[in-house]
Ligand binder design. Structure first.
Ligand code: GTR
Length: 437
């Protein structure tokens, strides 16, 4: 009887969750027939109407697009923060030469995020393959639950900052407990990466901006206010801008770390961190390649395509992510002067890989593929082979041209299948093939 009642209660909860749950608010559209028509802004037409016909004209158009994404979408990084490029102090806080059963050398590096001795810090966790000779390419991405969550190795420091709660009791009062070790490990195929001859580096995103609406005061943002400033201007950065800035600061550190090839740092991110990776890769051309996994709205998916998450919903649920200016487009997406294919184009001609998941309709896989298609003309203008598919490929049929793409079966996640494709794509597109073991 009790069992049946529990069962009924769960069923009702599931129905309610489906109807009103996080992934289906405000009647999100999941019907292709109801997407409607839209016109994308042309990445190869300047604001003044002039067409970009030659590769040498791209720099001017690129600057225009960057400025629009900065002022209208993600927010500008203040010049005081930009000026920290290559200047932040860092020190190695732990070193384990026999990590991952002897496959890798692991370091934890403390990076000071301001000039102040008692200012905020981020911890960069780095694994380099012990089989390496010389400098190796490195995958860099942020994690959701602290560096201790990407591995179950017990000697990685437990992150102490604010964490989003989890349903399994591994995070208590917004703080990680030892049970949180390895909770995100399936999303980081460390052994596969290392065995393929790559290093891997990660940072906890909450070190830059704790991911909640009141996270501002504990983020890096107030540390870079102008004198007398008390809040970001409407065209200034929010959490995504801070995460992207943190990725560039991690690259500064990797540039000065022996064993890392700084010309071969491959940026990646999942979901909101995929949005941050795309924005970081668009701004900072030192990143050799960019990989977006299930980044969806505000990431790789076209905003004008009415499918899954919308600008309005993302700004309501996460008002701290984007520039305040972005909110004005919730009700009038067509007046947004850019769309996400132009963000992808800002990464050109560097290799770019997008990964979608078939059950992740909230992120609009089709909208991600179409954004890649619409970025293709820029990639071709710049002399690459662009995206080698005109229609959405089938499940598990990766496209590996300069813009790469796959859709895999399953849910919103990063899986070993995804990593297999990322490594394959990196092998195909890096300057020198990695020496795996
Ligand atoms: C969702 C959000 C998405 C995506 C995702 C995630 O709630 O609506 O845009 O960022 O979170 O980061 O897992």
């Amino acid at each position: 009887m009790t069992g049946r009642r529990t069962c009924l209660a769960i069923t009702i909860l599931l129905i309610l969750a489906t109807a009103f749950g996080a992934q289906n608010p405000q009647n999100a559209n999941y019907d292709e027939a109801k997407v409607g028509s839209y016109t994308l802004p042309d990445p190869l037409v300047m604001q003044n109407g002039e067409r970009v016909r030659e590769a040498r004209q791209w720099a001017a158009r690129r600057a225009e697009l960057l400025e629009i994404f900065a002022s209208q979408v993600y927010g500008r990084t203040p010049p005081q923060a930009e000026a920290m490029r290559g200047k932040l102090r860092f020190e190695t806080s732990s070193r384990q030469p026999r990590a991952l059963e002897g496959l890798a050398t692991r370091e934890e590096i403390t990076v000071h995020l301001t000039n102040q001795p008692d200012g905020p810090r981020m911890s960069l966790l780095l694994y380099l393959p012990n089989s390496r000779k010389g400098r190796v390419p490195v995958f860099l991405g942020m994690n959701f639950n602290g560096n201790h969550s990407v591995t179950s190795e017990p000697d990685v420091k437990l992150a102490t900052g604010w964490m989003r709660p989890d349903s399994a009791g591994r995070i208590v009062n917004n703080r990680a407990t030892p049970k949180a070790r390895g909770m995100e490990a399936t999303r980081w195929s460390l052994t596969r990466i290392i065995r393929s001859g790559y290093g891997v580096a990660t940072v906890y995103y909450g070190d830059l901006f704790p991911d909640h609406q009141q996270g501002w005061s504990d983020s890096v943002i107030p540390h870079y206010y102008r004198r007398g400033q008390t809040a970001p201007d409407p065209a200034e950065w929010g959490a995504l801008g801070a995460w992207a800035w943190g990725l560039s600061r991690a690259l500064d550190v990797l540039e000065r770390t022996p064993g890392v090839d700084p010309r071969e740092v491959i940026l990646l991110g999942h979901s909101r961190l995929g949005k941050a990776a795309l924005w970081a890769g668009a701004q900072d051309t030192r990143f050799a390649m960019v990989i977006s996994n299930n980044s969806g709205e505000g990431g790789a998916a076209l905003a004008r395509r009415n499918f899954g998450e919308t600008i309005e919903r993302i700004n309501t649920a996460f008002p701290h992510w984007f520039a305040a200016n972005f909110r004005q487009y919730g009700q009038r997406v067509d007046s947004l002067p850019v769309d996400q294919h132009q963000l992808l184009a800002l990464i050109a001609p560097r290799p770019l890989y997008l990964a979608s998941a078939a059950e992740d309709l909230w992120a609009d896989p089709q909208g991600e593929f179409l954004a890649a298609r619409a970025a293709d003309p820029v990639y071709r203008l710049l002399g690459t082979n662009g995206l080698g598919a005109t229609v959405m490929p089938g499940i598990h049929q990766p496209v590996t041209t300069t813009i790469g793409y796959h859709i895999r079966a399953g849910k919103h996640d990063v899986t070993d299948y995804d990593w297999e494709q990322f490594i394959n794509f990196a092998n195909l597109h890096r300057r020198r093939p990695a020496r795996g073991k």
